[in-house]
Design a protein around this ligand. Sequence first.
Ligand code: NAP
Length: 334
Amino acid sequence: MKPVKWGMLGVARIGMEKVIPAMQQSDLCEIVGVASRSAEKAEAGRAQLGIAKAYGSYEDLLADPEIEAVYNPLPNHLHVPWTVKALEAGKHVLCEKPLGMDAAKAATLVAARDRSGRLVQEAFMVKCHPQWLKAKALIDEGRIGEPRAASGIFCYHNTDPENVRNMADIGGGGIMDIGCYMTIFSRWMLGAEPKRAVGLIERDPGFGTDRLASAILDFGDGRRSVWTTSTQLAPAQRFTVLGTKGRLEVEIPCNAPNDRPCRITVDDGRDLVGGGREVIDLPICDQYRLQGEMFSKAVRGEGELAMPLDESIANMKVLDALFASEKSGGWVAV
Ligand SMILES: NC(=O)c1ccc[n+]([C@@H]2O[C@H](COP(=O)([O-])OP(=O)(O)OC[C@H]3O[C@@H](n4cnc5c(N)ncnc54)[C@H](OP(=O)(O)O)[C@@H]3O)[C@@H](O)[C@H]2O)c1
């Protein structure tokens, strides 16, 4: 396959440190250029990544006919606007999560995509990781019986006022940043859409962002997911699916390391000290490379997108319901 030629909007940390270096390891992706609002930062980014082109504005990158696909890791409030501009410029777009500030804004991408005839996908790299594909396969083959409940935690500690996660007006806060993962896993592993949601949210008094959030998602028929996210607690990640015959746990659900095997535990629950526990190690891989490769193959018509837009919009609807629940103090229909 001819490699897809990529450009990145902004010198975002996630792009510079993880996504682009991983894609550079692949024969399916050619990283051609990086753009920044500042020509100096673009040039520094170009040199750091060892790539050909630097652009002193996002517009200049979009105007370059050599670029076929754009990676958009801008702050959350710029995901939809710059994804639309990139589509209008004829580029395919891999846009960081969460896809928009709310579901209605994310949904505007459907028309923009259809007008452009290009591909667009939210960059939920976890959808490409073999540990999650394996977890889903195990659940589907009945290893834990009927999946009825899920529980997750995702916490980190970040009080830097300059960090985009601590800026409420541009889409900061834990639910937008990491609650979106808990929601994806819940919907995916339970194989259903939540009917209603309730959120208990504590906000940082200075930043105004949600720094501790707990959610209950009710999927009906006796199925639910309960999760907690925090931007100001000790780092922790775990996701567990509880079934009628067993339990499945993904050890590092989101920031899966790329230098050691990832681990799933399946426990048939015969005792509480691990008598029925199987630990499955997955081969070492880089989920950002896999994401870039899947998207590039889809661009060439040689594969499917890891996550269609309607799934991203469904996910955003749950986040919307949690914020509405914060206001109403009760259950909100999704
Ligand atoms: N998938 C993942 O694993 C993962 C991990 C971390 C983050 N993310 C997502 O990636 C995105 C970026 O996160 P990050 O932590 O990498 O952010 P970051 O380092 O702060 O980078 C954001 C970039 O956006 C550009 N920008 C344009 N307008 C801006 C504004 N008003 N304020 C700040 N920056 C602005 C800046 O680039 P220029 O100055 O060069 O124009 C900046 O470097 C977020 O949407 C986040 O949710 C995803």
